[in-house]
Design a protein around this ligand. Structure first.
Ligand code: SAM
Length: 228
């Protein structure tokens, strides 16, 4: 079974002894890896499409893991088991992750951790999670085969969670513990916006790119301060 750097990062954020649900499990790599490492007690591998669901069932059987991993054909978290304490949502757009979590909030009552790998719309995901009382406790920002990923872990907090706009835009844990790849990514974004802003653009457009440049410079400065 091929385990990419991204999937291995997701699995590394799951606590030993967890009861997980992997929503949109597809190839089922994360639950299989965790079950083989004996890191989880129980897993629900959830799919809402026939093809991936059948593939997932086949993978579970061929690894002989039917006692630990239970395939579920359902939409998002609608059928989430009561004992699930950790939900994994990976390899999906940020908007889809939000809509899955928003659709059945009552299903999250026993869930203490969310491990997420949103592809796009990261500020919206962070802002949504904070508004639902989740606090970011870990973030891994890295390149895997030339693509930047931000895998994150959020835990339910007993106190209200508030983040400033910079934390929402760049990630509270990325600013606190920035990785080399995080700097590389934002330095590249900065050059991109600087390049566009230097062109002959309508005033409003130019202003937008200059503002993005300033936000990125400020975030890089915050992160540098935190590592010094
Ligand atoms: N999680 C795996 C990963 O990170 O590599 C697979 C990601 S795959 C790109 C996204 C999967 O999510 C697809 O197999 C799709 O069928 C499934 N999916 C999308 N929306 C879903 C939903 N509402 N409920 C369950 N599964 C969903």
């Amino acid at each position: 079974m091929h385990v990419s750097k991204r999937l291995s990062a997701i699995a590394s954020l799951v606590d030993k002894g967890s009861y997980i649900a992997d929503i949109g499990s597809d190839h089922c790599v994360v639950p299989i890896l965790l079950a083989e490492q004996k890191k989880i007690v129980y897993a629900e591998a959830v799919e809402n499409k026939k093809g991936p669901y059948q593939k997932m069932c086949h993978e579970i059987q061929s690894h002989g893991l039917e006692d630990v991993i239970h395939p579920v054909f359902a939409d998002g978290i609608e059928a989430l088991g009561e004992k699930v304490d950790t939900v994994v949502l990976a390899g999906m757009g940020g908007r889809l992750i939000i809509s899955i979590l928003e659709k059945h909030p009552e299903r999250l009552k026993n869930v203490s951790s969310l491990i997420l790998d949103p592809h796009g719309d990261l500020p919206s995901v962070r802002s949504f999670l904070a508004s639902k009382g989740f606090l970011e406790c870990a973030s891994m920002f890295f390149y895997d085969e030339g693509i930047a990923y931000n895998v994150m872990k959020w835990e339910k907090s007993s106190a209200p969670v508030t983040y400033c706009q910079q934390e929402i835009d760049f990630g509270p844990m990325n600013l606190k513990h920035p990785s080399e790849d995080w700097f590389l990514y934002w330095e590249k974004q900065l050059r991109y916006h600087e390049g566009i802003a230097s062109k002959n653009l309508p005033l409003e457009k130019r202003k937008e790119h200059l503002e993005s440049c300033q936000k990125i410079r400020d975030a890089i400065a915050t992160a540098k301060q935190n590592i010094n």
